[in-house]
Write a protein that binds this ligand. Structure first.
Ligand SMILES: Nc1ncnc2c1ncn2[C@@H]1O[C@H](COP(=O)(O)OP(=O)(O)OP(=O)(O)O)[C@@H](O)[C@H]1O
Ligand SMILES: [Mg+2]
Length: 613
């Protein structure tokens, strides 16, 4: 997929409502609900303390400061109330600390599960997913999006509920204290709620766009890094830089949009707070003075203090709401990943293969990656136990695809692939893949030691088999080189023979030897070998050739061959062209017909070699 395509194919958010998303998130939160409810219940004493504090101030004013009586007595009363206030603040602080710890624990536990589910999903994705989805974007979902969710767990989810509790409690208390003052104070609340509701409608999309932009940028980064040597060789830094600049600028625009919402919301609520304080003072002033005073000074002061406290949770609710919108957009994308097609699980009646595989058959197989672009057509092929088959054909003729069908990485749209007469789609796939040793065209090595790469991190590696694989694939030299390198770099202890992620610190030929050893370590019944086309030095070529010869002995094999030597020793050769088998037979039989495709290919290759020598 080209860089430019990322922008056009940036995925849309699904139609899932916030409610549906919340329900799905709850499934991940449920196992930790104890921490959730514990954190939530701590808000009750906190709310009580927050609501009590202004009342204490009001009471101090009305009962002792403004009242008649001996000064000493009034001083004692004020001191008592002050001590009560201090006690409440301390108590409230302790509850807050505990509540934060619980909430964070709850959030981190939930995220742990979500990340785990995401990673597990990634390892099970159907290969076809990568035809549509750049790896960078999947990465973004596992990292950025889950990170965005973590913010909401840290500050948002529980806090919003708490803010609501606070608002309701405080409103009730205010009406209890003085219904008419409370009525005036609350005049501004309905317009604020309407504003919040209007914002809610737009915020979802805005935050969704922000996340999409961020993931497109990630995809750019990833692709530029993967293809860096090509970018530099072809002097494409400028062109790629420009595209990145555009994505970068689009991200900024999306970010501005969300910031505009945040800032406006903040301003609206601040204004509402001030306005309501003004209303209280205006209304209260009329009631406090004169012979028919119904409102005391203490109550009025308490009310203005309450308004400060009332609009704070409302403002927080706005901020948290923004966070929540970002989180819902992120959750939508994470669930999108969790919903991506998995490699289809075995059917309930899947057959376990127990006996050695006697035959593998392609029966009228048709396959295409894209509709209307057939890649394999009418493939009929039978492979008997112990047979050595070579597949040859031009580039793009469908050789690798044929092997992918046999591994069940792809499934035919028509026809069947059979193993011992069983349709491969009805076979317990692990019981078949266990017998396969596959060397793919492009080898991938994992970060770790040479041994780990050969055994694929087997829990209980078999030293004898490692030795055997190392010997046949001439890996001793590679191992020595890696050890020497590690020593030169002065790395400590067990860092012997470290391979870098992707195997970038090995040569192409060395990587192929490791891949071969990996296949061999399993001592497979069946070998599928997709010879790499990349040219390698003659010595490694010879190593590989010798290794191939030794590896194939006594096994059923299907080799996509580019080297004549591999083809010549095969029992049968299949010639593929445009997804069809156009020739089939033993090397001798095919060579005997000078007009045949294979004979011509060999003649052409010999001529090329003659020129080269
Ligand atoms: N993921 C994909 N999506 C769409 N088309 C694909 C995909 N993979 C391969 N193709 C197409 O399918 C055809 C067969 O590809 P395949 O990799 O099987 O060829 P091949 O014979 O192995 O070629 P080579 O000798 O170069 O390795 C090609 O035309 C290729 O462009
Ligand atoms: Mg290929």
């Amino acid at each position: 997929m080209s860089l430019a395509d990322h922008e056009h194919r940036a995925e849309r958010l699904s139609d899932a409502s916030d409610w549906t998303l919340a329900k799905r998130l709850w499934a991940f939160m449920r196992p930790h609900k104890l921490q959730f409810f514990a954190a939530l219940s701590l808000y009750l004493p906190i709310t009580a303390a927050v609501v009590a504090e202004p009342w204490i101030i009001g009471a101090a004013i009305d009962r002792y400061m403004q009242a008649e009586g001996p000064v000493g007595e009034r001083l004692v009363g004020v001191t008592d109330l002050a001590l009560l206030g201090i006690g409440l603040v301390l108590f409230c602080g302790c509850c807050l600390v505990l509540q934060q710890l619980l909430m964070q624990r709850f959030g981190q536990n939930t995220l742990l599960d979500l990340r785990g589910a995401g990673f597990k999903k990634v390892t099970r994705l159907e290969m076809g997913v990568f035809d549509r989805e750049p790896v960078g974007r999947l990465m973004a979902r596992l990292t950025n999006d889950i990170e965005a969710l973590s913010e909401v767990f840290a500050f948002g989810a529980v806090g919003m509920v708490a803010d609501l509790i606070m608002l309701v409690t405080m409103s009730a208390w205010l009406f209890y204290l003085d219904a008419s003052l409370a009525g005036w104070a609350m005049l501004v609340v309905p317009p604020v709620i309407v504003t919040l509701l209007i914002f809610q409608r737009y915020a979802h999309n805005t935050y969704g766009a922000l996340r999409r932009r961020s993931s497109a940028m990630n995809a750019y980064f990833q692709e530029a890094l993967n293809g860096l040597s090509k970018v530099q060789l072809f002097g494409a830094e400028g062109a790629i830089g420009k595209r990145y600049d555009r994505a970068n600028a689009e991200y900024r625009e999306a970010a501005f949009k969300t910031i505009r919402y945040d800032v406006t919301l903040y301003a609206v609520i601040e204004a509402a707070g001030t306005l309501s304080t003004a209303l209280i003072l205006w209304h209260g002033a009329g009631q406090i003075s004169g012979p028919e005073a119904v409102v005391t000074l203490g109550l009025l002061i308490a009310f203005t203090e309450y308004m400060q406290r009332f609009f704070q949770p409302l403002r927080d609710l706005g901020a948290k709401y923004a966070l929540l919108q970002a989180a819902f957009a992120a959750a939508d994308r994470v669930f999108g990943l969790l919903d991506t097609t998995e490699e289809a699980a075995d059917t309930p009646d899947a057959v376990e293969l127990t006996a050695p595989i006697a035959s593998m058959t392609f029966d009228g197989v048709e396959f295409h990656y894209l509709p209307d672009e057939p890649v394999l057509q009418g493939i009929d092929l039978q492979i008997q136990q112990g047979e050595r088959i070579a597949i040859v054909g031009r580039t793009g003729s469908g050789k690798t695809t044929l092997l992918a069908l046999l591994c069940r990485f792809r499934r035919p749209q028509a026809g069947r692939v059979l193993v011992d007469g069983q349709d491969l789609s009805k076979v317990a796939i692990a019981s078949f893949r266990r017998r396969l040793g596959v060397v793919q065209q492009d080898t991938y090595l994992f970060a770790g030691s040479l041994e780990e790469n050969v055994t694929m991190n087997a829990a209980d590696p078999d030293p004898a088999r490692i030795e055997y694989a190392f010997e046949i694939c001439s890996l001793e030299a590679v191992r020595r080189r890696l050890i020497r390198r590690a020593q030169e770099e002065g790395e400590a202890g067990d860092s012997e023979s470290e391979i870098l992620d992707g195997g970038t610190n090995l040569s192409a030929g060395e990587r192929q030897l490791v891949a071969m050893a990996r296949a061999l370590y399993r001592d497979p019944e069946i070998l599928l070998l997709d010879e790499a086309t990349a040219s390698i030095d003659q010595e490694t070529e010879r190593f590989l050739q010798e290794a191939t010869e030794k590896v194939l002995v006594g096994r059923t094999s299907l080799v996509v061959a580019h080297r004549l030597s591999t083809v010549e020793t095969a029992d049968r050769i299949i010639v593929l062209a445009d997804g069809r088998i156009i020739e089939e037979g033993s090397p001798a039989a095919l060579l005997a017909d000078p007009e045949g495709h294979f004979a011509k290919m060999v003649a052409a290759q010999r001529r090329k070699e003659a020129v080269a020598v």
